[in-house]
Design a protein. Structure first.
Length: 192
């Protein structure tokens, strides 16, 4: 299974588990995310933690292979479904925290933006590179990012596709804090 919903005391923990593809969001994983958000909303957890398996990526975004050769109508319908899934996270009745343990690009950053707070490791890189594929962020990032960091900074990130390192992300308010991975709930340092 590509997604795990577990408990740590009073916290629900969602782990995206596709480290071989940097936890990219395929259609199955997105469906599972929607179901997990519903389960958390109906449960008794006091907060939700969201992270990615492995130490390289929180989530590298959409699984591009699945998006190739789709009609414009299928792309539009798919974007609406994914926006609705991320809206479930955005409107959870409890606090949600993205534990960004590496790359957070495209839909992965949009997933983090839908959380109440974002913590990242110092080595994290965040961005919305969709413009490099002739696209714009399709999961709500064009609305959430400007609300978080301001319109000018958001436009620059969206229209250039440039990524930001954790220190800059913290300085501009994209992440709330930089933490060591071992100090994040539900995370442990990788074995050396």
């Amino acid at each position: 299974m590509a997604l795990h919903l577990t408990r740590i005391d009073e916290f629900a923990l969602i782990t995206l588990d596709r480290p071989e593809v940097l936890n990219a969001l395929n259609f199955e994983l997105l469906r599972d995310l929607g179901a997990a958000f519903d389960q958390v909303a109906g449960g008794d957890a006091r907060a939700l933690l969201v992270t990615g398996a492995g130490d390289r990526a929180f989530c590298a975004g959409a699984d591009i292979k699945e998006l190739m050769d789709r009609s414009l109508r299928a792309q539009r319908e798919g974007a609406a479904i994914r926006q609705a899934i991320f809206a479930k996270l955005d409107t959870l009745p409890i606090v949600s925290i993205a534990l960004i343990n590496g790359y957070a690009f495209g839909g992965g950053l949009e997933l983090a933006l839908a959380c109440t707070f974002r913590l990242s490791v110092r080595s994290a890189r965040l961005g919305l590179p969709e413009i490099k594929l002739g696209l714009i962020p399709g999961y709500g990032g064009t609305q959430r990012l400007p609300r978080l960091i301001g319109e000018a900074r958001a436009l620059e990130i969206v229209l250039t596709g440039r990524s930001v390192e954790a220190e800059e992300a913290e300085r501009i308010g994209l992440v709330n804090r930089i933490k060591a991975i071992s100090s994040m709930p539900g995370r442990t340092s990788p074995a050396k």
